[in-house]
Design a protein around this ligand. Structure first.
Ligand code: MN
Length: 201
């Protein structure tokens, strides 16, 4: 199987002023493209051509570092592009909102906890909202790891609902060292319809 760099559902400048067009273009055409190519090459080296990314991640500890790092880089960005949108922001609705309130007390408390997880992830990585049975959980991972990989502690594994990329390449041109400003603006572009779709699937 050959994994492909996905097209975005919006133009690079459509997330302005939250994310600038140049950052979006470099992030997609350079960073994400490189992860995708390197993932395909690492799978070729491993002689793997008929597994889904999810199947690979369930046993990622048995593969090379390149599969783990570039596979995560390929996959995490695919989710990230879908969970932001020029028409995003606001609040989730219905069952998802109820699940968030049940798990975190209120939507505001959820945002606060998620923002803290993203801000305090040391170095490069990702913050996540995941589903474990009926419960929602906030976690973070280093580098390109994600909550469906077997290298992540079992207590922090689950179905991915929402993610934010906190690698400096995601925000540095516009926000420099001000990661919290980038996280604040992220809430204005979260695509809750997509998060809800993942929640129900
Ligand atoms: Mn990135």
């Amino acid at each position: 199987m050959n994994f492909k760099l996905p097209e975005l559902d919006y133009k690079y400048d459509e997330l302005e002023p939250h994310l600038d067009a140049l950052t979006m273009e470099i992030h997609h055409t350079k960073h994400h493209a490189a992860y995708t190519n390197n993932f395909n090459n690492a799978l070729k080296d491993a002689g793997v051509d008929n597994l889904s990314a999810e199947e690979i991640f369930q046993n990622v500890s048995k593969y090379s570092k390149a599969v783990r790092n570039h596979g995560g880089g390929y996959y995490n960005h695919c989710i990230f592009w879908k969970n932001i949108s020029p028409n995003g922001g606001g609040k989730p609705k219905g069952e998802l909102l109820k699940a968030i309130e049940d798990s975190f007390g209120s939507f505001e408390k959820f945002k606060e906890q998620y923002s803290t997880a993203a801000a305090t992830q040391f170095g490069s990585g990702w913050a996540w909202l995941i589903k474990q049975g009926d419960k929602l959980l906030i976690t973070s991972t280093s580098n390109q790891d994600n909550p469906i990989m077997d290298v992540v502690d079992e207590k922090e594994r689950g179905t991915i609902l929402l993610t934010i990329d906190v690698w400096e390449h995601a925000y540095y041109l516009k926000y420099q060292n001000r990661r919290p400003d980038f996280i604040n603006t992220f809430w204005e572009i979260v695509n809750w319809e997509e998060v809800e779709r993942r929640f129900k699937s």
